[in-house]
Design a protein around this ligand. Structure first.
Ligand code: KG4
Ligand code: ZN
Length: 335
């Protein structure tokens, strides 16, 4: 089956064509430069930019896949969660295309698409797992008992992991999004130089909290204002912040995997691009005998390819198509 998928939940306008488990095209038009000026995503601007970019992105997805609209069997779009006005643009455009082409339409939960993204290209190897989804908007720990059957174990009670990277980076003066910048600077920094809190590390729950860490970096910089003029100390600071975030993410993921007696750990979402997180997860899984599946770097950040792949799995599993008057969804819950 051939599916056109659209994703506009935040600041990437994306369209993809997928066929039989393969992503034929996955076009992502990023709005980072637009929002960088404001230090974060401005929802109203994101929605307007999606409106402007969607037709060209969809056209390019068809062209790159060498598929014509008439060859499409179904259309999928991110239904939520996300920025409501941004979601509306892609979701309603996709519904309109489904109506015009008289094709079935399916709305996809954004987190669920991240959740299954580590298996893209290899669903035959699927096995029950504990999955960490960590991005700019969310940090969620999920127990995936079988394909399409999963239970949320915990989530952040305040800031997301990526938000912590972005906001502490902003305090240091790094451009938005600061996550990739911290990743780069941390490479030549000492992760033990400064001791930042590891929130909820030992609280016994599967929840996360990152706002206290952000506040402690703020106070640290207030008390050490000269530090930012010393490039090596900035690298040490980045490495120390990254170490605190990564330690909590890895420890809680591994603890949940041990408790639920799964044999596999997966990770996805934008922060999964982080090299230290990837390395620490690899080492921890090796030590504890877990198989690790990380989403490919190109599929960690938001993209329509993962939406299309999940839509196809759902159709194959007999999921009902969503009526065309279905509304967008909000909230943190996974379907
Ligand atoms: O999944 P995503 O594209 O969008 C959301 O759904 O939020 O994730 C974006 C987030 C941003 O917070 C960005 O700073 C973070 O992922 N990120 C990273 C890295 N690459 C992206 N954080 C740390 N290290 C990276 N290499
Ligand atoms: Zn995402």
């Amino acid at each position: 089956m051939t599916i056109l998928a659209v994703e506009t939940s935040c600041d990437e306008t994306s369209a993809a064509v997928v066929r039989e488990g393969k992503i034929l095209s996955n076009i992502v038009s990023s709005q980072i430069a637009l929002h960088a000026e404001y230090g974060g995503v401005v929802p109203e601007l994101a929605a307007r930019e999606h409106l402007k970019n969607s037709p060209g992105v969809v056209r390019t997805a068809f062209e790159e896949a060498k598929i014509s609209p008439g060859e499409i069997d179904a259309i999928a779009a991110t239904q939520g969660p996300g920025l409501p006005t941004a979601l509306l643009v892609g979701f309603k455009a996709a519904q309109a295309m489904a109506f015009a082409l008289r094709k079935p339409f399916i709305g996809i939960n954004h987190h669920e698409a991240h959740l299954y993204s580590p298996w893209i290209g290899d669903f035959a190897a699927f096995q029950p797992n504990i999955s960490l989804i960590v991005s700019g908007g969310h940090t969620i720990l999920v127990w995936v008992q079988s394909e399409l059957k999963h239970q949320v174990l915990g989530a952040t009670i305040d800031d997301a992991g990526g938000e912590c990277f972005d906001k502490t980076g902003k305090l240091i003066g790094l451009p938005y999004p600061a996550g990739p910048e911290i990743d780069k600077l941390a490479e030549q920094g000492n992760p033990k130089a400064f001791d930042f809190p590891r929130p909820l590390l030992n609280d016994g729950s599967d929840d996360f909290s990152f706002s206290g860490l952000k506040t402690s970096v703020r106070y640290f910089l207030r008390d050490n204002p000269d530090l930012l003029t010393n490039p090596q100390r900035v690298r040490d600071l980045c490495a120390s912040i990254q170490a605190a975030i990564v330690e909590v993410l890895v420890a809680k993921t591994i603890r949940a995997a041990k408790r639920t007696a799964v044999r596999c750990v997966t990770a996805s979402g934008g922060v999964t691009c982080n090299r230290e997180l990837r390395k620490q997860l690899e080492q921890a899984c090796k030590r504890n005998g877990f198989i690790l599946r990380l989403a490919e770097k190109g599929l960690c950040t938001d993209n329509a390819g993962m939406i299309g792949i999940l839509a196809e799995r759902k159709f194959l599993a007999g999921a009902a198509q969503v009526p065309l008057d279905q509304e967008i969804m909000s909230g943190l819950t996974l379907a």
